[in-house]
Design a protein around this ligand. Structure first.
Ligand SMILES: *Cc1c(COP(=O)(O)O)cnc(C)c1O
Ligand SMILES: [Zn+2]
Length: 468
């Protein structure tokens, strides 16, 4: 029997509220409760009227904890239990074969999956950055070095419009922002999201005002600032930025703003499902056996699992076991620490790592990441900054892919998982590279010239580079 453990903490924003914060309010007694089972029993779904906005198959918001449904709107936490809200769908009764054909004849972007996303059917014709449909690279050289006997793939998301996977989530959030008549887009960002919001807002005709920790990499800051919106550096880390944004949402100062990863978070999160859809379609409508995914807030990992489950339910792929592995940097590894300790609750940390895009010390979806890793038989692991740098170089040297530090975390963890016997190199595996190394040049600044010579053959020979 499962021991009685404290329930996951309630979520009030992308940063969560911390292990020692509010848990659950029992609707009958008004007392705080600490067990998931008690919550299930006390919450009753309420009927939801038909959505008044056109967000395609999205039917309602549904509480991830208690299942209570709410009408589609710019909200992110359950009024009953403070649990996170996510999109509930009405996918209709399309035949799998028909749906597969429709997807395959769709655009070469995430919009080929519009029938499975909270977006209007004509989304592809609206001004947006059309992210996605990135390459699934057969990583044979890397696989050989790591001892794989089965196929290893890198899902390389560095080629998205602003060079990270964040373009996927922003593209979905922006459709919700249109539907709810927001005119300014905002976010709390570890760097990549700021650029993705700035660019998407520029294309789609929104104003933008985004918030980042003041000490990010120059590549991220310039990339976020170039699109003409407001870019505000906050003196503090991401968790401070996030706390500030949560305050701003409740204040007239931020009225009418769509924060893609706070009050639009349920819509934003769905964009990550497209990674799952693409991987399976690119494999020939098949589930991979193992997937390695980096964790910042944990949203991407949980939504990839949601996407895989949907494909199974819709009959688009055959059901078979798959394992999901999460990757963190040691200097910000609250989920990995909880996984290893067998805890259900995430203890927040103060991040200290070069993997700044993953530096969320209090990850909102951390508890769900734990659930998924445990349910699927995967794991959550972490690597040191030195291992991150080595992994960036390893991926570049073997596959010609230049990853940012988050990609270094993922590939470093992939290597460690194989070496420690947690991931089976005889099973088909996909690791996700979520960002571009050009944004985090400082991490690998020792790479570069291997020689400097005078423009003469003698000098060239003297450098030991001549073939004969
Ligand atoms: C934001 C980000 C992630 C993961 O973010 P989640 O909050 O876990 O969804 C991964 N890689 C990069 C490069 C990112 O910018
Ligand atoms: Zn709830």
């Amino acid at each position: 029997m499962k021991s009685r453990q404290p329930s996951r903490s309630a979520v009030t924003g992308p940063g969560g509220t911390g292990a020692n914060s509010v848990l659950w309010r029992d609707r009958v007694t008004g007392k705080m409760r600490r067990e998931a089972s008690a919550i299930m029993a006390t919450a009753t779904p309420v009927p939801v009227s038909a959505p008044t906005v056109d967000l395609g198959p999205a039917a309602a918001l549904s509480c991830r904890e208690c299942g209570t449904r709410f009408p589609l709107g710019p909200s992110f936490a359950c009024l009953e239990c403070f649990g996170p809200l996510e999109i509930a769908y009405d996918f209709g009764s399309a035949e799998a074969e028909e749906l597969r054909k429709q997807i395959e004849s769709g655009p070469a972007s995430i919009w080929r999956y519009a029938p499975l996303l909270p977006v209007p059917a004509d989304v592809a014709s609206k001004p947006n950055l059309n992210p996605g449909w990135t390459p699934l690279v057969k990583a044979d050289n890397l696989g050989r070095e790591l001892g794989f006997t089965a196929q290893l793939h890198i899902k390389d998301d560095s080629g998205n419009p602003t060079h990270s996977f964040k373009d996927r989530v922003v593209a979905c959030a922006i459709e919700a922002a249109r539907a709810f008549n927001f005119t300014t887009l905002s976010c709390s960002s570890t760097g990549n999201l700021a650029g993705a919001v700035g660019a998407a807002a520029a294309r789609a005709g929104f104003k933008s005002c985004v918030f980042i920790p003041h000490d990010l990499e120059q590549g991220k800051v310039v990339m976020a600032g170039i699109y003409g919106g407001e870019l505000v550096g906050i003196e503090g880390n991401y968790d401070d930025v996030n706390r500030f944004c949560s305050e701003l949402i409740g204040d007239p100062a931020g009225e009418g703003w769509g924060f893609v990863n706070v009050n639009l978070r349920p819509y934003y999160g769905e964009g990550s499902k497209t990674l799952a859809y693409e991987i399976c379609e690119q494999l020939g409508w098949r589930l991979p056996e193992q997937i390695v995914i980096p964790i910042a807030s944990g949203s991407q990992l949980t939504k990839i699992d949601k996407g895989l489950q949907e494909l199974i339910k819709l009959g688009l792929v055959e059901d078979r076991p798959y394992k999901i592995f999460g990757a963190q940097a040691e200097g910000c590894s609250p989920v990995s620490a909880a996984f290893k300790a067998g805890h259900d609750v995430i203890r927040p940390v103060k991040p200290d790592t070069i993997a700044k895009s993953l530096a969320i010390g209090n990850p909102a979806d951390g508890p769900y990441v734990l659930d998924i890793a445990r349910r699927t038989g995967g794991a959550v692991e972490d690597v040191t900054d030195a291992e991150v740098v080595a992994a960036i170089k390893l991926l570049a040297r073997t596959e010609g892919i230049f990853a940012e530090t988050a990609g270094g975390v993922t590939v470093g963890v992939l290597k460690k998982l194989v070496e420690t016997g947690q991931l089976d190199p005889a099973k088909e595996t996909v690791a996700i590279n979520t960002g571009d190394g050009l944004k985090t040049l400082d991490a690998v600044a020792d790479a570069g010239l291997t020689a400097t010579i005078r423009p003469t053959l003698d000098s060239f020979r003297a450098a030991g580079l001549a073939s004969a």
